[in-house]
Write a protein that binds this ligand. Structure first.
Ligand SMILES: CCCCC/C=C\C/C=C\C/C=C\C/C=C\CCCC(=O)SCCNC(=O)CCNC(=O)[C@H](O)C(C)(C)COP(=O)(O)OP(=O)(O)OC[C@H]1O[C@@H](n2cnc3c(N)ncnc32)[C@H](O)[C@@H]1OP(=O)(O)O
Length: 152
């Protein structure tokens, strides 16, 4: 499988609980291109249940949207410069400044979740990403993210 966007994060920035490869207890979310959009797949472990065992905890859903959205923002910004993540030159890094999540229906446990990102708009320093999290082809949560380019 192609490398994921997160595989190109510098070692020192790879400790995120949601997506850092250097966090042994983390989720290791992996985001990739899906045409002009982005996609990640994730199967939650049973301990991430919500109020009932067969529904996923909302905090995990927000976390997946957060990590996928921030990685997608970086990828969209690279493509806008006709580059790919990991290409030569200074990496373009984004952090989440704002994330809105709408929980539309309970997210079932035991089913691979599909997280998608779509570029809404971009300016010099900000990227707005529309997000969805689906199970069995049904959107269970949607989100809107503002990611801001990280200056350090
Ligand atoms: C800071 C945490 C660092 C952690 C990550 C480290 C490095 C990142 C590097 C690479 C990425 C690689 C790995 C990342 C791993 C996981 C990522 C997963 C996603 C996350 O989990 S990431 C953690 C949660 N995330 C934060 O921990 C951010 C805390 N925060 C800040 O560090 C600052 O807040 C920052 C940098 C966002 C901006 O600060 P700043 O001083 O550089 O710039 P400024 O405030 O001027 O904002 C510039 C323009 O954005 C507008 N703006 C800002 N915030 C807004 C909001 N909430 N709503 C609407 N507009 C907003 C302003 O209004 C202005 O707009 P305008 O230019 O038009 O006036």
């Amino acid at each position: 499988m192609d490398a994921a966007f997160q595989d190109f994060y510098a070692e020192k920035f790879s400790h995120c609980h949601g997506c850092g490869k250097n966090n042994p207890a983390g989720h290791h979310l992996k985001s990739r291109w899906d045409g002009d959009d982005t996609i990640a797949r994730f199967l939650p472990k049973p301990e991430y249940s919500g109020g009932v065992p067969d529904h996923v905890y909302g905090g995990l859903i927000a976390s997946l949207l957060d990590c996928h959205g921030a990685a997608s923002a970086a990828a969209f910004a690279h493509r806008a410069q006709n580059r790919e993540m990991g290409s030569e030159g200074e990496p373009i890094r984004y952090v989440t400044a704002s994330l809105k999540v709408d929980f539309r229906r309970p997210t079932p446990m035991g089913i691979e979740l599909v997280i998608k990102g779509k570029l809404r708009s971009m300016d010099e320093r900000k990227v707005w990403v529309d997000l969805t999290l689906s199970a069995n082809g049904e959107v269970c949560a949607s989100g809107e993210m503002l990611a801001v380019r990280y200056r350090q």
